[in-house]
Design a protein around this ligand. Structure first.
Ligand SMILES: CC(C)(COP(=O)(O)OP(=O)(O)OC[C@H]1O[C@@H](n2cnc3c(N)ncnc32)[C@H](O)[C@@H]1OP(=O)(O)O)[C@@H](O)C(=O)NCCC(=O)NCCS
Length: 336
C-alpha cells in the first residue's frame, strides 16, 4: 500500500470520488444507522481538515491497482493538548485483517513522533466493533465511552420542544458570531463544558475566552458551517449562564450537528439545559426545513444530558469509545 498526503488546496476529482465511495462502504458496515454523506459533504470535510486550532492531515493508502484501501487522519492540536495527537484509521471493509490498519497506524505514529507528540488518542471506536480489539493490541486503553444520539425530525412530536424557560431567565439566540455585549459571560458559560464527565481522557477542552470564541467563530465560518446558538440569560445579572450550539454545514444540509451544551453549576437543576435545547429545535425546524436529523454525542455516564436529549426526542444509537496510549508504547508494539 502506498500513501499520499492529501493537499486540501489541491483536491483531485478522483480523490474526492474515491473518498466518498470509501466512507460510504465503511459506514455501511460500521454505522449503518447513519445516512451516507453526499460527495459535496465529503469534499467539504477533506477541504476544511487543515483549518483551525486542531489542523488535520488526511493520508490516502492505495493498493497497486489504485484501489483506496485505507484512510488515516492525524490531528496536531495547537492550543491545548499540544502533547497529544488524535488519530483516525479506517480500512475498507473488504480489505480488513490484512495488515493495512497496522500499516496506516505505523505511518501516523511516525508523524506523531516527528511532531513530538507523546500521547495518542484513537476516536469513536464502536462498542462491539473491530476498532477496540485492534487498538488494544497496539497498547491503547479505552479512556471514556460516549453514546451517539440522533433525533429524526419527521418522526418527532414538535410538542416535545414546547419547553418554557424557568422564571428569572430569558432565552436569546443568534446565528454566527456572539453579540459583543454578552461575549464575556458567553465565553465563561462555554467553559462549563469542562464539567462534563470525561473518564480517563487526558484530552483538555478549550479554555474559552472572548478571543478564543472569536477565533473559533472564524474557523467555523471558514469551514462553511452555520453556527446556531441559544443561550439562557440570568435576568438579575444579565449574564449568559447556559449555552447550546448546533452546526449546519453548507454541503451537508440534511444533517444538524448538535454540539456543546453547558449550564453554569450555580444554575443547574432548573431545566435550563432542556429549555435551550428545545428552543434550538424550534428555530431550526422553522428556518432550516431541509434538516432531516440532528445528531450528538454525550458521555455515557452523563445521565443528565442523555435524559434531556431523550425528553426532546433523541434516540440512543450506539456507544463508542475514545482510547489513549503513550506514543512510545505504540511505537514499541508496532515492532519498530
Ligand atoms: C480497526 C481497523 C482500522 C483495523 O484495520 P485492519 O486493516 O483490519 O487491521 P489489521 O489487519 O492491521 O489488524 C492487525 C491486528 O489487529 C487485531 N485486529 C484487527 N481487527 C480485529 C478484530 N475485528 N477483532 C480482533 N482483533 C482485531 C488483530 O490482532 C490483527 O492481526 P491478525 O489479523 O493477524 O489477527 C478497521 O477494522 C476499521 O477501519 N474499523 C472501523 C474504524 C475504526 O474503528 N478505526 C479505529 C479508530 S482509530
Amino acid at each position: 500500500m502506498q500513501f499520499t498526503r492529501l493537499d486540501p488546496e489541491r483536491l483531485t476529482e478522483r480523490d474526492v470520488l474515491d473518498a466518498t465511495e470509501f466512507f460510504a462502504a465503511v459506514n455501511a458496515v460500521d454505522r449503518p444507522e447513519w445516512p451516507p454523506t453526499p460527495r459535496a459533504g465529503i469534499e467539504e470535510q477533506l477541504r476544511s481538515a487543515h483549518i483551525g486550532t486542531e489542523p488535520g492531515t488526511f493520508w490516502l493508502g492505495r493498493l497497486e491497482d489504485e484501489r483506496l484501501a485505507a484512510i488515516g487522519v492525524i490531528r496536531l492540536p495547537q492550543a491545548e493538548n499540544t502533547e497529544l495527537a488524535p488519530l483516525d484509521v479506517r480500512v475498507h471493509p473488504q480489505l480488513r485483517r490484512q495488515g493495512f490498519g497496522e500499516q496506516t497506524l505505523r505511518l501516523l505514529v511516525d508523524q506523531a513522533r516527528e511532531a513530538g507528540r507523546t500521547r495518542l488518542m484513537g476516536s469513536q471506536m464502536r462498542e462491539g466493533g473491530p476498532g477496540l480489539p485492534w487498538s488494544k493490541r497496539f497498547g491503547f486503553r479505552p479512556a471514556h465511552g460516549y453514546i451517539v444520539q440522533d433525533l429524526q425530525i419527521a418522526e418527532s412530536d414538535p410538542a416535545l420542544w414546547d419547553v418554557p424557560v424557568a422564571p428569572g431567565y430569558q432565552l436569546q439566540d443568534w446565528i454566527g458570531p456572539a453579540p459583543e455585549d454578552v461575549i464575556e459571560s458567553y465565553a465563561a458559560a462555554r467553559r462549563a463544558i469542562s464539567d462534563a464527565p470525561s473518564g480517563e481522557m487526558t484530552y483538555q477542552d478549550p479554555q474559552w475566552s472572548p478571543e478564543r470564541v472569536r477565533e473559533d467563530e472564524a474557523e467555523i465560518a471558514a469551514m462553511g458551517a452555520e453556527q446556531r446558538v441559544v443561550v439562557a440569560i440570568h435576568e438579575a445579572t444579565g449574564e449568559v449562564v447556559g449555552i447550546t450550539q448546533l452546526f449546519v454545514y453548507a454541503n451537508r444540509p440534511k444533517h444538524g450537528y448538535q454540539s456543546d451544551t453547558a449550564v453554569l453549576a450555580a444554575h443547574r437543576g432548573r431545566g435550563l439545559g432542556r429549555a435551550i435545547k428545545a428552543a434550538m429545535m424550534r428555530r431550526l425546524v422553522r428556518e432550516r426545513p431541509e434538516v432531516e436529523h440532528v445528531s450528538t454525542q454525550t458521555a455515557a455516564d452523563n445521565k443528565w444530558m442523555a435524559q434531556v436529549n431523550h425528553q426532546i426526542g433523541y434516540r440512543t444509537l450506539w456507544t463508542h469509545f475514545y482510547a489513549e496510549a503513550d506514543t512510545d508504547l505504540v511505537h514499541e508494539r508496532l515492532g519498530e
